[in-house]
Ligand binder design. Structure first.
Ligand SMILES: [Zn+2]
Length: 485
């Protein structure tokens, strides 16, 4: 839930004064304090890592989804309790549907899968304290709950990362008792917790608790979403805590999280944080994946008019997604699940059904839909694969495997490049155009040779004739500056 954004709060003059600004529930990407990046390996000038298959990554982040419970209806009275003066928490939540039915999940999931949409779908484990998804959900039968979880596993999991959005998205849970803490204040709400430094251990325990409930539901996770401003004031600790908790509960190789929204000209590239143990057989890192467009499909409560054109208009000539794609930057839109359902009118979903085909119509062969975990993996491989120059070749030492890894090398030779890994040569076919690039192909362009392949963990040697001629390197340097990192 990201209402209002910190920037909007500041613009509004911070109704509660300067101290309240720190309690704004959102974090913008440009405001992220320095989080340790950690080590980086060697690179060589002239070699450029492009987007996968040379296409701009697209993704769709959905917050505040869970099984059956309409978070708009159930969260609002708990938010109003701690912010009694806030007008936006005085809406008529009693009149709103308490349920977002599985029929809607099915309709949405099937449509998205038919259109190739991929992204992140939250499943709040103890939504607004209503019940526990791995036990009972009061208001629904056990079989309804189990059918709802089965639907998420079978329909959503293939195309969507599942994230907990902490435990309740409302009240802080006492991990010793499993009950909401007694005191009611912003500091005992997940959205505003902790507003000061908290230890990595404390945050990791909390996140792991949420993850374990989803593990009990057979929902594997490689990342988490922070509810609103969770982790505010403890950003660096939060990042490390995500890494520890996700590795601990699910053994994920590349943990990631969603917390920030990049606006204006802020970079939408993921940040690879807390890199340690590079070169060992157990490298550690966390990837911070920001959204870049939203929240315009009906708001977190589901009662706002949907404004899908702000992502892309009917011809994909304007809109934030269009702007990002034209910039060549990852274009990740986000919204809230109650907004898509829009109290049953489905106005938000109908707008999505205009935005996605519009983007496909104009940019279909220049973009690629990805889950957040796939975007995180690509960025990790891009930044952490060591590159060294060898005679007529490039050696890559990859800490992680990565599908569709795409590099451009400075050469003017028409000879096909070759790839060797573990004693095996990977055959490459020449692609006729950029849109035909896929794993196992290469493309001759004026800037050099672009090669797309499934990067395997360990050492790979790319042999490319004429690769290090000085003329070739100079001509590729300009492009290199724009797209490396
Ligand atoms: Zn949320």
């Amino acid at each position: 839930m990201r209402v209002p954004t910190r920037r909007e709060f500041l613009r509004a003059g911070g109704a509660l004064g300067a101290a309240a600004v720190a309690l704004g529930p959102d974090s913008l990407f440009g405001d992220v304090p320095d989080i340790t990046r950690g080590a980086r390996p060697s690179s060589v000038p002239g070699l450029e890592v492009l987007h996968p298959r040379g296409r701009v990554p697209l993704s769709f982040i959905i917050d505040d989804s869970t099984c059956l419970v309409n978070m708009g209806h159930f969260c609002m009275p708990q938010f109003a309790e701690v912010w009694p003066e806030r007008e936006d928490y005085k809406k008529p939540w009693r009149t709103w549907p308490r349920e977002i039915p599985d029929d809607f999940v099915r309709e949405f999931g099937e449509w998205c899968s038919g259109h190739g949409v991929r992204g992140k779908y939250s499943v709040v484990p103890n939504p607004a304290c209503v019940g526990w998804l791995d036990r009972e959900l009061p208001g629904w039968s056990r079989s309804e709950l189990q059918a709802s979880l089965k639907l998420v596993r079978e329909l959503m999991l293939p195309s969507w990362d599942i994230h907990p959005e902490m435990i309740t998205h409302t009240r802080l849970i006492d991990l010793k008792t499993g009950r909401p803490v007694a005191e009611v204040s912003p500091l005992t709400m997940e959205n505003w917790y902790p507003q000061g430094d908290a230890s990595v251990d404390e945050l990791a325990s909390y996140i792991a608790y949420a993850l374990r409930i989803l593990r009990n539901c057979d929902l594997p996770c490689e990342g988490i979403t922070t509810p609103g401003g969770f982790g505010g004031g403890a950003e660096a600790s939060l990042s490390r805590a995500v890494g520890e908790a996700v590795r601990d509960v699910f053994g994920a190789e590349i943990p990631h999280y969603f917390k920030y929204v990049a606006e204006g000209d802020e970079s939408t590239h993921p940040r690879v944080e807390h890199v340690r143990g590079l070169g060992s057989n157990d490298p550690r890192l966390v990837v911070n994946v920001p959204a870049g467009a939203g929240d315009w499909f009906g708001g977190w409560e589901g009662d706002e008019p949907s404004r899908g054109h702000l992502y892309a208009d009917a011809e994909a000539k304007s809109g934030r997604m269009v702007e990002l794609i034209e910039r060549g930057a990852p274009a990740i839109m986000y919204c809230h699940w109650p907004g898509l359902y829009t109290h049953g009118t489905k106005d938000g979903f109908r707008d999505l059904q205009k935005v996605v085909p519009a983007l496909a119509g104009r940019f279909g062969d220049q973009t690629i839909w990805m889950k957040l975990s796939e975007i995180a993996r690509y960025q990790a491989a891009k930044e952490l694969t060591a590159v060294t120059r060898e005679e007529g070749a490039v050696a890559l030492e990859a800490p992680f495997a990565c599908p569709d890894f795409t590099v451009r090398l400075p050469t003017r030779s028409p000879a096909p490049p070759s790839i060797r890994h573990d004693g095996h040569t990977v055959p490459l076919k020449e692609a006729r155009a950029r849109r035909d690039l896929s794993s196992g192909t290469w493309l001759r362009e004026s800037e050099g040779a672009t090669v797309c392949f499934d990067l395997r963990k360990g050492r790979t040697v790319l042999t490319v004739r004429g690769v290090w001629s000085s003329r070739a390197i100079t001509s590729s340097r300009k492009a290199y500056r724009h797209s490396w990192l």
